[in-house]
Ligand binder design. Sequence first.
Ligand code: ADP
Ligand code: ZN
Ligand code: ZN
Length: 756
Amino acid sequence: MVVSYHSQSPKFGSAIIPESYRLTTTSENPHNVAEIAVPGPFAGPLSYRIMPGQQPLQGGRCLVPLRSREVLGIVTGTRPSNAGDSDALKAIIRVIDASPLLSPDVLQLARWVSRYYLYDIYPAFMLALPALLRVGDHAQLKDEPLLVLTIAGQHLDPDKLKGSRQRDALAALQSMQHNGQRCKASELRARGIERAHWKSLEQKRLLKQEAASLNPNTPQGQLRQPSLDLNDDQSAALKALPTEGFAVQLLEGVTGSGKTEVYLQAMSRTLALGKRVLVLVPEIGLTPQTLARFEQRFQDQLVTLHSGLTDKHRNNAWLRAQGGEAGIILGTRSAVLTPIPDLGLIVVDEEHDASYKQQDTLRYHARDLAIYRARLLNIPVILGSATPSLESLHNAYEGRYQHRQLQQRAQGQQRARLETIDMRKQQQQHGVSERLLHRIRQHLDGDNQVLLFLNRRGYAPSWFCHQCGWMSDCPFCDARLTYHRGRHQMLCHHCGHQERPANQCPDCGSSDLTPLGAGTERAEEALSTWFPTTPIIRFDRDSVANTRDLEHQLARAHADGPAILVGTQMLAKGHHFNRVTLVGIIDMDAGLFSADFRARERMGQLLVQVSGRSGRGERAGEVVLQTFHPDHPFFTPLLEQDYPAFAAQLLAERQRSGLPPFGFLACLRSDSAYPQRAEQLLKEMAQRLLAEPGIRVFGPLPALLSRRAGKHRFTLLVQSDQRSRLHTALQPLVAGYPRQQRHLSWHLDIDPIDLM
Ligand code: ADP
Ligand code: ZN
Ligand code: ZN
């Protein structure tokens, strides 16, 4: 295909548009057909005719006809028409963007996502766009307009004006403009100047309003705060990371070993070269603390992209990233597809975290996309974790990734001691053993904080009849209902079903019913009766629904004096609690016997992560694990805080069974109100897959959660020693079976991480 370049660049704000975007027409070689990705079950773009005067741009949006509808499409390329084109090729209705939205690397990344995860092309492009641009809004900052003085306004002596308010307004604007500040109405209001006052300046043509526009600039890497002197491990890691060229560095170090400091200094090098940085963090890892740490270091603009933003804010942040205004883009999973000019480094923090994998529709893994993108752009990527995924460790052991370890805690603190409490020999109340209770008291008396981890929210995991053993089940799922005392409701954590707790047993009529087991809500209640004067601070999805709640609870945790923090895995992630000296793990036994082969990896990671919360300040920490299986071999390396030995044990197991990272896996899941139909579909697929070379299948079996929201669920695991064989075998299924039929749906999950 011959592509010629336009001499004039299309303008979008003042953003600079790289040469490679500009595909267009010449008279000898007219590009009169555009390839456009449209919604629907299409693996690639469709062809549309370009009408005279239209200038569709690669990576821009168009309005096009599709069947009887008008839809938004993304232009993936243009070309001259050829003999293969149908005469009935439909025409583009309207070109929306005068400059491209998606950069060539993002287009390529999205195409790869669609191919690799065997999913439609359009949703892959949509992942890269903020919601407002997906529905066709103009690619413009949705910010207050700027107030700009006209030439007359700049030179008029304010004293010549009559009203004192107008005088003040003009003087304020003149001094701001003189200092190069861009002024908005809200800033004037903060100085006591109301709309009416500057409006009269506008009427006198001393002032005009201008739409907010982007301010693209080249990153400088100027620091606000000096960087720290790196210790030996840290500087070795930084030195080993190239500033240019593709390389993956797995940076392994316990919490507090100084990984973030290495990221910051690597970022500073990249910014100083005039290139930008993308930092990915897990879903709930993006706390005000994290953000503040990045903002305090650099002068270059930082934007955040995460699900907690309003559509408007996300739109603005995205445009600042895409338009080259921000130097640092900090975001969760989907930020990996943000177009960023001159991207020079990607950091994936807590690379093992499950929230990097999208668990519905297009089931991509952001860490894997980050690596693919880095390879496309020929830039380095850092994967940081205290507990790397087995996949990344394997890649490091095989020499595909650099492996750097930070052995010491950056500030020289002691590692926490870890011990088990044998629950078979303990009295317990509300899930807390006598021994643990005693320890909690000791630590609180020493003016310390205590952290209690419990991987179950709500009050109690069940409602139980003492006479006949009946337990409350969800009518729609194969799961127990959880009792939430605060709202006196039984809640299903899988489908959201709610009901009042029964007063009488539906089986035997007894009224001897009580909650069974303990959740965070119950632990909080019990603790507040045992320690009535100590603040109890809860962290779970019920008590922390948004960033504001999180900020509030974190602020309480950082206040002086003893306190107990109690919560779910939300507590395990990245937060720094300098005054915690005791971590109590109330129950982690469930992962020992799960049928999900990843459950153990997750449980070990969680144990190490939670333990890492202890002793981060000057005081040494202790970690206490309650378990009914203190002798389980699984715990041995973890008690010695030896994550690499633990990982080696799991890797050996995976190798024996050909599971990832030694073999490649996909999971087919079906669900239907009629169990036979769901099972039959997967049986048929299993037959077809078995006819392919090098493919093994397991199942179909009922899913671990075999019924959810009234639907019966089946799974079929597909395994191969070669990734390409897996793809070749699965492709015809994707093409041959619609994902949704009446009373039956199915989906494919490539590299599944959750087998529930
Ligand atoms: P991680 O990201 O591995 O949890 P951090 O980078 O947050 O570790 O470091 C933990 C603490 O140690 C932070 O308070 C940080 O400021 C401090 N720190 C990190 N590196 C150094 C260093 N080289 N010298 C002194 N303090 C450091
Ligand atoms: Zn009963
Ligand atoms: Zn349910």
